[in-house]
Design a protein around this ligand. Structure first.
Ligand code: SF4
Length: 107
């Protein structure tokens, strides 16, 4: 497969460029131990409406508090960095913070 597309539900759809598709689960053992599973998961992604700056900061602070107590934070961050996840808070870092980390690692 030359391209993999990740879904939030933990599945990846692969496409080879010749019309061949494949489905694989991205769930690993660490994901079942994620502290963000359940109703609180909505904190980790922006809502459908335009958030005010103070709302976004409060949402991110609450999400990061959950990450700080999560036993699989390192696994989560490694995973998000490995797939260049663009959206949401993973491993205690926002999108912008992960982009900065990638830039630092590249430089
Ligand atoms: S580190 Fe944060 S985003 Fe990652 S699994 Fe734990 S609670 Fe969820």
């Amino acid at each position: 497969m030359s391209h993999w597309f990740t879904s939030a539900s933990g599945w990846e759809l692969g496409e080879s460029g010749r019309g061949v598709v494949s489905l694989r689960s991205t769930y690993d053992v660490w994901q079942v131990r994620a502290a963000c599973r359940g109703p609180g998961a909505r904190l980790f992604f922006p809502p459908a409406y335009q958030e005010r700056k103070d709302e976004r900061e409060e949402r991110e602070r609450r999400a990061k508090d959950i990450c700080a107590s999560c036993s699989v934070q390192r696994n989560c961050l490694d995973y998000a960095m490995s797939i260049r996840e663009l959206h949401g808070i993973w491993g205690g870092l926002t999108e912008a913070e992960r982009r900065m980390l990638l830039t630092q690692e590249a430089g």
